[in-house]
Design a protein around this ligand. Structure first.
Ligand code: SF4
Length: 376
C-alpha cells in the first residue's frame, strides 16, 4: 500500500454518481478490505454516511475503539479534522505500534475541508502569544492550560508541555478540579461556553472568568482582570451550539406544556441556565433513551443527531431547539461521494487525505490525552 496520494482517482466523477450506486460501491470496498478497515461515523454525521460506518460515537470514543482494534490498518474518519488527528495519535502510540510489529494505521479524512470552526478559533501561535502575554502579569508556572478535545493536535501538545491536559464535554468538571489541584488558574480554550458553564457549576463567578480575545492586544484585558481571574476563557465558540438562544427556550416552553429542555454545554450560558438538563452528546443520547414514553424534549445540539434521536424514539416527542435549521456544515462536507472516492482509492492502493500528525506533536498530544484518561 502506498502512503501518499501520488496518483489518486479523480474525485470529480464521483460527484455525479447517484447515492444508491455510491452505497453499493462503498459496501464492495468494505467487503474487500474486511476487518482491516474501520469506518468511523461521528454522532453529528448525516444518516446516509452513518449507515456505512462500523462504529458510531463521539470523537474520543471512536478513536479509542478504533485504536483497540487489533486487525484495523485503515481508519476512515467521517468526522472533522481534529477527530482524525486524535485517531492517528491514539492508534499509532508506541504500545499500539509494538502490538502490530511496527505497522502503522493510516487515518483518512474523506474531505480535508471538513474542519471545525471552533478548533480554528485557537491557532497555536495565538495561544503561545497569549501565554507569553499572560506571563507579563502573572506567573504562568501556576497556570494550567486546558484544551477541549475539539482542538488541533498542536494545542493538545502545548497543554502537555505546560503541565496541562485535555477535556471532553463529559469530563470537563473533573478536569477543572484536577487542574485546580495543579495550579491557581486555568487558561481554557478554545470553547468559552464549555469553560464558563463548567466553572459556573463549580461556583466560580463570571467576574473571575475574563475572556481572552486573541485579536486584541493583551487579549483586550486589563492586568487587574487577569490577576483577579480563576479561569481565563478563550474567545472561541461552536457555530452550531452558539446559535441557540434563551428566546428559543421560552418559545418552546410557551408552546409545549411540560416540555423539557436538553442542551449541550457548548451552548451559551443563558441557554444552559434555562435548560432542564445540560450534558455531553453521550448524556443527551442516554437521557432520551432512558426517558418515559410520551416525554417531550426540545434538544439544543447538532441537527443530524436530534433528527436521528427523533427517528429512533418515536415513543417520545422530540424537537430541535431552534426554529431555524443549523447543522455542522463542515462535517456535512463528508458525503457518500467523498467516502466512496477515498475508499476506492484505498482499494486501488493509494491513500488520499492521509492525516499523519507530526511525530513530536503526536507524542506530546498523547501525554495530554493520557493525563485525562488516567486522571484521578
Ligand atoms: S459541531 Fe461545532 S464543535 Fe462540533 S465539529 Fe461542528 S463546528 Fe466543531
Amino acid at each position: 500500500m502506498k502512503t501518499v496520494s501520488d496518483q489518486p482517482l479523480d474525485l470529480q466523477p464521483y460527484k455525479s454518481v447517484d447515492n444508491e450506486t455510491l452505497s453499493r460501491r462503498i459496501e464492495a470496498v468494505r467487503q474487500e478490505l474486511g476487518s482491516k478497515l474501520l469506518i468511523l461515523g461521528h454522532h453529528y454525521q448525516q444518516d446516509e454516511v452513518i449507515e456505512h460506518s462500523d462504529l458510531r460515537g463521539d470523537s474520543l470514543q471512536l478513536s479509542q475503539m478504533a485504536a483497540e482494534s487489533g486487525d484495523c490498518r485503515y481508519i476512515v474518519f467521517c468526522g472533522v479534522h481534529f477527530m482524525a488527528e486524535t485517531a492517528d495519535i491514539l492508534a499509532n502510540g508506541p504500545e499500539k505500534l509494538a502490538e502490530r510489529g511496527g505497522e502503522r494505521v493510516a487515518v483518512i479524512l474523506p474531505d480535508l475541508a471538513a474542519g471545525c470552526s471552533m478548533a480554528d478559533m485557537a491557532a497555536i501561535q495565538q495561544v503561545e502569544d497569549a501565554w507569553e502575554d499572560l506571563g507579563e502579569w502573572i506567573d504562568t508556572e501556576r497556570v494550567v492550560p486546558v484544551t477541549y478535545i475539539n482542538s488541533a493536535a498542536n494545542l493538545k501538545a502545548f497543554c502537555a508541555k505546560h503541565g496541562g491536559i485535555v477535556c471532553t464535554s463529559s469530563n470537563a468538571s473533573a478536569v477543572l478540579e484536577w487542574a485546580f489541584r495543579q495550579g491557581d488558574r486555568v487558561l481554557f480554550f478554545p470553547d468559552q461556553h464549555l469553560g464558563r458553564n463548567t466553572a459556573l457549576k463549580m461556583g466560580i463567578t463570571n467576574d473571575r472568568m475574563p475572556v481572552w480575545n486573541p485579536h486584541e492586544e493583551q487579549g483586550g484585558l486589563t492586568e487587574g482582570q487577569v490577576r483577579n481571574s480563576k479561569v481565563v476563557l478563550w474567545q472561541g465558540h461552536c457555530s452550531v451550539h452558539q446559535m441557540f438562544s434563551p428566546e428559543h427556550v421560552r418559545m418552546f416552553r410557551e408552546q409545549h406544556e411540560g416540555i423539557k429542555i436538553l442542551v449541550h454545554p457548548e451552548c451559551p450560558q443563558e441557554v444552559n441556565d434555562l435548560a432542564d438538563i445540560s450534558g455531553s452528546t453521550g448524556k443527551i443520547i442516554n437521557t432520551v433513551r432512558q426517558a418515559k414514553p410520551g416525554t417531550k424534549w426540545a434538544i439544543g445540539t447538532e441537527l443530524h443527531l436530534v433528527n436521528r434521536l427523533k427517528k429512533e424514539h418515536p415513543e417520545q416527542e422530540i424537537h430541535f431547539l431552534s426554529p431555524v435549521v443549523c447543522m455542522c456544515a463542515t462535517m456535512y462536507r463528508i458525503d457518500l461521494a467523498h467516502l466512496c472516492w477515498s475508499l476506492e482509492n484505498l482499494a486501488a492502493g493509494t491513500i488520499v487525505n492521509h492525516i499523519d500528525v507530526d511525530a513530536e506533536v503526536a507524542e506530546w498530544s498523547r501525554i495530554a490525552l493520557q493525563r485525562m484518561l488516567e486522571m484521578r
